[in-house]
Write a protein that binds this ligand. Structure first.
Ligand SMILES: NC(=O)c1ccc[n+]([C@@H]2O[C@H](COP(=O)([O-])OP(=O)(O)OC[C@H]3O[C@@H](n4cnc5c(N)ncnc54)[C@H](OP(=O)(O)O)[C@@H]3O)[C@@H](O)[C@H]2O)c1
Length: 327
């Protein structure tokens, strides 16, 4: 049964995560609980003239981000898998704002589509000011992509990583380029095992697979920030809040019923995610800040497992390989 599978998934994930990190929790590691209720920073800085590439803008966090970017006057390039949904977003934004909006199609479950999308974007936009990767999912079941990766790991980490790397030269040409990877407090679930990224050797636990993808992404954000130290490009990860979106709705009607009937009441309006992403995209206060993890707009310490430098180096090399950027 779907529901029983889901309950088992959550319980197993919590037990394993607590078991793994158990006594290693410090007050600093738990600051995210307090930060969830802290006041957030905002900016009214203009984004007029800025070329902003956003993935995952057809729903939830990404949609709220493009609403704010359109309000700020940005030129938006949406990377979406569903043309109809992207066109509807374009119509919605054009009702209120007369900004330029382009749509480029790429399904993150197919890395070839990501390469093609990146090619199209860099041809049309030799200079890119902002990349926000918000596309992502949570799955209670294991799926493999045709690239041979576990779906969540690919869509949440490898595909945005590839898009980032392929757009990087254009971002470097911006006066002050920014990259924001929409990450998650879910990185705290752990689950990253470099000897079993496809979950062949372990029972698949959705929340831990989600945690693995977000941990890997966080590690590459910190690695790339160091590589970009001498450039005018910053890269940061952010948790967009616990907000009401469509995430998880791919997991069947029982999951959706549980999400909307129970979890929904504990979640916030995703407008806070759009505001926070706009702040991180536009505020001069963070134009020199790089390699950080933000809980909305609050600079927060990730879990120690995400800060493991040796593992971070290994994940960097693995990510390059899985993205087809090295052999
Ligand atoms: N909601 C939260 O509380 C929360 C908390 C922490 C982190 N996050 C992160 O926030 C990001 C956005 O999630 P959300 O909550 O806004 O969920 P959402 O409403 O489901 O939006 C997800 C977006 O990703 C796109 N997407 C999913 N799979 C894709 C694929 N294979 N290829 C291309 N695009 C794909 C979706 O496209 P379609 O519209 O075509 O489905 C949609 O635009 C994710 O990275 C998620 O991990 C969310």
């Amino acid at each position: 049964m779907e529901f029983r599978g889901l309950k088992r998934d959550i319980v197993n994930s919590c037990i394993r995560s607590l078991g793994e990190v158990g006594m290693k929790y410090t007050m600093e590691d738990l600051a995210f609980i307090k930060n969830n209720r802290a006041p957030q920073s905002k900016t009214t800085e203009s984004m007029i003239g800025k070329i902003c590439v956003v993935s995952g803008a057809t729903s939830g966090v990404g949609l709220e981000a493009v609403k704010q970017l359109a309000k700020g006057g940005a030129h938006i390039v949406m990377v979406a898998r569903n043309l109809k949904k992207a066109e509807n977003v374009k119509i919605l934004l054009h009702k209120d704002y007369s900004v330029s909006i382009d749509i480029v199609i790429a399904d993150f479950s197919d890395l070839e589509q990501v390469r093609e999308a990146a090619n199209l974007i860099v041809k049309q936009y030799p200079v890119i000011d902002l990349l926000v990767n918000s596309a992502g999912l949570h799955s209670t079941k294991r799926h493999l992509t045709k690239d041979g990766n576990e779906l969540v790991f690919q869509a949440n980490h490898i595909a945005p990583f590839l898009l980032t790397m392929l757009l990087l030269d254009s971002i470097k040409k911006s006066e002050q380029g920014r990259i924001i990877q929409v990450n998650s407090e879910g990185h705290r679930f752990g689950g990253l095992n470099i000897n079993d990224l496809t979950w062949d050797k372990r029972p698949y636990i959705g929340l831990r697979a989600y945690g693995a993808s977000k941990t890997a992404q966080l590690m590459t954000v910190m690695y790339l920030a160091k590589e970009l130290k001498e450039t005018n490009v910053t890269i940061n990860a952010m948790h967009p809040g616990g907000v009401r979106t469509n995430i998880g709705s791919n997991n069947g009607w029982l999951y959706r019923a549980w999400l909307h009937g129970v979890v929904w009441h504990f979640l916030k309006d995703p407008v806070i995610s759009g505001d926070a992403l706009y702040y991180l995209s536009a505020s001069p206060k963070v134009n020199q800040v790089s390699g950080r993890y933000f809980n909305l707009t609050i600079d927060e310490k990730p879990m120690p497992h995400a800060l493991d430098k040796d593992m971070g180096n290994q994940i960097w090399n693995i990510s390059l390989k899985l993205a087809g950027l090295t052999s």
